[in-house]
Design a protein around this ligand. Structure first.
Ligand code: PRX
Length: 577
């Protein structure tokens, strides 16, 4: 085993006393029950996550504090105080109520990171409806699957993105209304709404928001979170992001993914954070410019972005980034090299955090007050115990590979998988929540990541199910079958690679090399256009027959082993090979 590099807590330059000064003494005494007093409650033990994120600050000095520094792709800028966010989200709430939205209805948002995305999200929760977010790279197939499964009643989008609905709208009978936010009449109607609203007191277990996420098999599943999720988001944002009153915080995640909900809307605003939201795509110079211009102090980003910045070399030296005091990462393994680079460029270590759509909050983390072991995901958060277990849910000895598992009971554990109770149940074995990740725990209780135990792909930090990509490919007239895997990639962690079995007539045609190359590009673009802009195969390989089990399931494991030049392993259930 390689030697482990340790950054001592005492060598970290954080400038402020961390909100969690001592993990060892506080971990054994923490209780979620006691932490509840950090939130605002309505009579009868009721709560509302959106009220806690924004409205409860209105009777404090934070009322006029800037909650959101927004910057658009073209450099447009605007700012919103907590009081403005409260009013705008109230107007959304009132508008949606008039449109017939009632408690429990699903209202989906399909927008780039513009202010309406955030204010509508809050408005939906305030009236007791369930907010669903859709990443703006989704194309019609991905949209259809999610809108149909959730039975969304209203979709909030803009003109440009709404074009992707053209062919699916009439196949969605439950979708009653599509709201176009850049329509002038709509904005007039919205601003004519009352800016007062009686926020609906919810049972802590009531549904608040949902996100579709991918597994190995089948279409993506709707992970549903409850209002109480804000309790763990609030506490973890306080302890791990280390938000202080004077901080300027920037999380680069999109609310189409869980990080963008937990730590740009709910947990961070619940801590009265002033945050930056940039609606544009990744661009190294632009990112540094934002860090500099807004004097960002806390920055939460992802390993692929860090690697892309690393590829630009010394660029940060051209900017004044001395405001930064704490930097963090999530979504994929953070290699020690990236931490070393951060130390060199910013004098700060990226603090890795591990969690999932299903967990609703950070779970295994590097706290400022603890030593950082480079390459480790860190320790369980206060109020959570983690373990490494075998497939029967029995703990394995330290330093042994197994399934990364968590003891249920933390407030933001997913409440259900929409309409699929058996799928929900399948996560739990012998009293453990099984994450689907493999890893090991060292002698100090630090967790180390090994990989997924299933075929889920992580490309540029985004979770993609191979089945969705395979289904999109077989819609193409040239394709009989496809098997899709994640192929390790230095920059993106993994890229999507598709093995495709063609119809006979196309098999003959690809004897012509230039036709073969052209068809590969066509298939890749086909998925990009029909499924999603981020979930298309960057590599396509034609194959005569796909390896399958006797029952006809494609064995992606074999494809992967073949790709990696590794031994193929147990093939006793194989038909081909
Ligand atoms: O495989 C793990 C990886 O991302 C998965 C969860 O993806 P998603 O539901 O999209 O949520 C991502 C953001 C919360 C995990 O099962 N993952 C997440 N964080 C890390 C990670 N892998 C290694 N290190 C991490 N810090």
């Amino acid at each position: 085993m390689e030697e482990i590099e340790i950054l001592k807590a005492s060598d970290k330059k954080t400038r402020l006393i961390p909100n969690l000064p001592d993990y060892k003494s506080l971990y054994p005494n923490f209780s979620w029950e006691r932490a509840k007093s950090e939130l605002a409650w309505f009579p009868g033990g009721k709560i509302n996550a959106a009220y806690n994120a924004v409205d409860r600050h209105l009777d404090s000095s934070a009322c006029d504090k800037i909650a959101l520094y927004w910057e658009g792709d073209k450099g447009e800028k605007s700012t919103y105080t907590f009081s403005q966010l409260a009013k705008l989200s109230n107007q959304w709430g009132n508008y949606l109520k008039k449109s017939g939205v009632v408690k429990g209805d699903r209202v989906f948002i399909f927008l780039p990171r513009i202010p309406d995305l955030f204010t509508s999200f809050l408005g939906i929760l305030k009236i007791g409806a369930v907010a669903g977010t859709l990443f703006s790279a989704f194309q019609q197939q991905a949209l259809f699957d999610r809108l149909e499964d959730s039975g969304a009643k209203i979709l909030i989008t803009n003109r440009e993105l709404s074009l992707r609905l053209a062919e699916i709208r009439n196949k969605l009978p439950e979708l009653k209304q599509v709201v176009i936010v850049d329509d002038n009449d709509f904005q007039k109607n919205l601003s004519a709404e009352q800016s007062d609203l009686e926020v609906m007191p919810m049972d802590p277990e009531d549904n608040a928001f949902m996100l579709y996420t991918s597994g190995t098999t089948g279409k993506p599943k709707g992970v549903v979170h409850k209002h109480l999720a804000i309790l763990s988001q609030h506490v973890t944002a306080y302890h791990i992001l280390d938000l202080h009153d004077e901080d300027i915080y920037w999380c680069t995640a999109d609310p189409g993914w869980v990080t963008g909900i937990g730590y740009t809307i709910l947990g961070s605003w619940s801590n009265k954070a002033s945050e930056v939201i940039f609606s544009g795509r990744f661009d190294a110079s632009r990112w540094y410019q934002i860090l500099q211009d807004y004097k960002v102090t806390i920055w939460y980003t992802a390993p692929t972005a860090v690697r892309m910045l690393m590829a630009e070399g010394d660029l940060p030296k051209k900017y004044n980034l001395t405001s930064l005091r704490h930097i963090l990462s999530v979504g994929e393994p953070l290699n020690p090299e990236a931490i070393r680079w951060g130390l060199k460029m910013f004098g700060l270590a990226f603090h890795d955090t591990w969690w999932q759509t299903e967990t609703g909050c950070m779970c295994l983390v590097n706290y400022i007050c603890n030593d950082t072991k480079l390459g480790s995901m860190g320790l369980p958060i206060l109020g959570l115990s983690g373990g490494i277990v075998d497939d029967r849910g029995q703990e394995v000895p330290r330093k042994t590979e197994g399934n990364i598992a968590l003891r249920p009971g933390w407030p933001s554990m997913m409440k259900e998988i929409w309409k699929r109770p058996e799928k929900y149940q399948s996560y739990f074995v012998n009293g453990w929540y099984i994450s689907g990740d493999r890893g090991w725990e060292d002698e100090d209780g630090y967790f180390w990541f090994i990989g997924r135990s299933d075929d889920v792909i992580k490309t540029a930090g985004e979770r993609v199910g191979p089945f969705e990509v395979e289904s999109a490919l077989i819609e193409h007239p040239a394709v009989v079958e496809a098997g899709v895997i994640g192929k390790p990639d230095e920059l993106r962690g993994e890229i999507i690679k598709a093995f495709v079995d063609l119809k006979d007539e196309y098999k003959a045609k690809i004897a012509d090399k230039s036709y073969e190359d052209q068809l590969k590009i066509e298939l890749s673009q086909y998925v990009k256009k029909h499924l999603a802009g981020h979930a298309y195969p960057r590599e396509v390989e034609f194959i005569d027959k796909l390896p399958k089990t006797r029952s006809g399931k494609i064995m992606r494991r074999i494809l992967k082993a073949k790709e990696m030049g590794q031994p193929i392993g147990d093939t006793s259930t194989l038909e081909e090979y």
